[in-house]
Design a protein around this ligand. Structure first.
Ligand code: MD5
Ligand code: FE
Length: 202
């Protein structure tokens, strides 16, 4: 049986719902076609998390801003298809959180080395905010920060481990959140690396 915890209103956590071993072949198939790369912010700074995407559309950051694009700007080819196990996992997790009509068609894949941070932000580039976001943590642990409705709030911090899955939606869909990896625990197989899959409907 599967335990689900509602850690804050409309934020659900499914501990140990999957694993690095279950998904690594699909991650490697995607990154063989669309390698992790460091994008640049509209202000010209290099992001300190490397990223790639699969599915119909991929999140990119470029001098003109953030957007979802059908093609990988590095290869100028479409992003790799969404592996069926990613989609199945996202649908199952969303259903546990009572989202019965999640239609994920995009997956941003983030790669963290130990010490890298994702500063507080909202995800608001997706047109349909009634659709949740499902986040899958693989590898090294990370400290996830939930700031709520303003980035200057004191965050609720929660440690995420390999295989943990979170579902965000409804009233929590636009909350500010971030990630820290200063005190992360390496994974026995992946070492001091964290891979996060973020499944969305775009
Ligand atoms: C991560 N990634 O661990 C997180 C997991 C990102 C990002 O934040 O934007 O790539 S996804 C957590 C998340 C995503 C979208 C919305 C909300 C949380 N939310 O409504 O708070 O690499
Ligand atoms: Fe985010």
């Amino acid at each position: 049986s599967q335990l689900i915890e509602e850690i804050q209103k409309d934020i659900y956590l499914l501990r140990n719902f999957t694993s690095y071993e279950s998904l690594i072949d699909e991650v490697k198939a995607v990154t063989a076609q669309a390698p992790f790369r460091f994008m640049h912010t509209p202000g010209g700074k290099k992001l300190n998390i490397s990223m790639t995407n699969c599915g119909d559309l991929g999140w990119i950051s470029e001098p003109t801003g953030y957007r979802y694009a059908a093609k990988d700007p590095s290869s100028k080819r479409p992003w790799p298809a969404m592996p069926q196990p990613f989609k199945q996992l996202a649908l199952t997790a969303a259903r546990h959180a009572n989202f019965k009509n999640f239609q994920p068609n995009a997956c941003l894949i983030n790669h963290y080395k130990q010490g890298r941070v994702l500063t507080a932000h909202q995800d608001k580039n997706e047109p349909d905010l009634s659709q949740p976001i499902v986040s899958v943590s693989l590898g090294m642990s990370a400290r996830f920060q939930i700031y709520g409705d303003a980035r200057n709030n004191k965050p609720l911090e929660i440690e995420l481990y390999d295989g943990d899955v979170m579902v965000w939606g409804r009233s929590a869909r636009l909350i500010y959140h971030g990630v820290k990896t200063k005190h992360s625990i390496p994974h026995p197989n992946l070492g001091a690396h964290r891979i996060n899959l973020t499944l969305r409907k775009v």
